[in-house]
Design a protein around this ligand. Structure first.
Ligand code: NAD
Length: 350
């Protein structure tokens, strides 16, 4: 089998990671070359053992190049994608695919006309913490789930340079928000009916340094999504409530627990506890016999699936693991989150 030749466009943090690891260690695709707008990044690519191109046009004129990976700042994805598709290349694009639904529609129209494949790298669908929650949800391990809280909390502010600026598509909603929302839509697999949100600007940037969004899905499941970059104490990565259990995953280290009611025991009323200046039975821990703790599960992510799948989509007509209409739904949701934050209103989705 001949590997598919990829050129990486944008050799920064993520482009380098694709070149060396994701594409670099894959049986289906290979890093054929690198193009970056900055000479110093091209020089780094050569040091890392890759041939480089001086311009994007040189890449697109090379008939040995079958596909492009776009790993440039968010605002440039649109132009590079359209040029590459028109030049007959297949394209993988980093998230967020574009800055608006309309831009994505333009790309998809060109992909359709040129009959080239276009797929977005929504890699966090293969994160183990997410796969565990998906298993809880699909296997009813907490009973039917009615509420999901998904958070990422850091204390290092907005990273890098262009992520601070609106014109480059900066801000945390377009950065981590895209991952968390994509995971939730992929998990619940239902249309979002209602959205309310609040963006945070505590660091004084022109773009959001975090956000909170409350979503209600068509099946009644509610989700609370939160990204923060000024959180010196983190809240759990996942907190999931079902009608017969609660699950918590603390972090990417996969520590956490599931607590479910002990079906075999007769109901024992909790003993009231002194709480602050009062007494409470409602908030007292359940008596020990009433609940049991279960391990959170172990799952194995098949990460190389993404590029193997892309190869098979191009060469064997396989179904894409990340579908463009799913990616489009994430952008529709992001538009609604921006609108809700701006107007202070709940957005009803059609
Ligand atoms: P970065 O700033 O580290 O790298 C961007 C690179 O693109 C730089 O080297 C820059 O010189 C180059 N560049 C800028 N404009 C260009 C152009 N027009 N043509 C060619 N090169 C150009 O940024 P990054 O953190 O690597 O992010 C790049 C993309 O990857 C973003 O869209 C980001 O959202 C995405 N990303 C995805 C993940 C993920 O987990 N999927 C993680 C990090 C970044």
């Amino acid at each position: 089998m001949e590997k598919m030749n990829f050129v990486i466009v944008g050799y920064g943090g993520m482009g380098g990671y694709h070149a060396r690891e994701l594409i670099g260690e894959n049986d289906y695709v290979q890093t054929y070359g690198v193009y970056d707008i900055k000479e110093e990044r091209r020089e780094q690519a050569r040091k890392d053992g890759f041939q480089t191109y001086d311009t994007l046009n040189d890449v697109l004129a090379d008939d040995d190049v079958e596909a492009i990976l776009i790993a440039t700042p968010n605002d440039s994805h649109l132009e590079i994608a359209i040029k590459s598709l028109r030049a007959g290349k297949h394209v993988v694009c980093e998230k967020p695919v574009t800055m608006s639904v309309a831009e994505l529609d333009d790309i998809l129209a060109v992909a359709e006309t040129t009959q080239r494949q276009f797929m977005v790298h929504q890699n966090r669908r293969w994160d183990n913490d997410f796969l565990i929650v998906r298993e809880w949800y699909q296997q009813y391990m907490l009973g039917e789930v009615f509420q999901i809280e998904s958070r990422v909390h850091g204390a290092n502010g907005i990273p890098g340079d262009w992520r601070h600026l609106k014109e480059y598509g900066g801000g945390m909603l377009l950065d981590w928000g895209v991952h968390l929302l994509d995971q939730l839509l992929f998990l619940v697999d239902q249309p979002v009916k209602r959205v309310y949100s609040d963006l945070s600007y505590v660091l004084g940037d022109e773009v959001d340094d975090g956000f909170t969004a409350w979503l209600t899905f068509g099946n009644g499941v509610k989700a609370h999504v939160e990204v923060g970059t000024s959180n010196f104490v983190k809240l759990p990565r996942w907190y999931v409530k079902g009608y017969s259990g609660t699950g918590q995953i603390n972090d990417w280290d996969l520590s956490g627990k599931i607590i479910v009611p002990n079906e075999t025991t007769e109901r024992v009323a909790p003993t009231p506890i002194k709480a602050g200046q009062g007494l409470t039975k409602t908030m007292a821990p359940p008596s020990e016999e009433m609940t049991k703790e279960l391990p959170i599960l172990e799952v194995e992510a098949d990460f190389p699936e993404f590029y193997r799948n892309f190869y098979e989509v191009v060469h064997q007509n396989a179904t894409p693991v990340v579908k463009n209409n799913e990616v489009r739904q994430v952008l529709v949701l992001i538009d609604a989150i921006f609108e809700s934050a701006m107007t202070g209103k709940i957005i009803e989705m059609n």
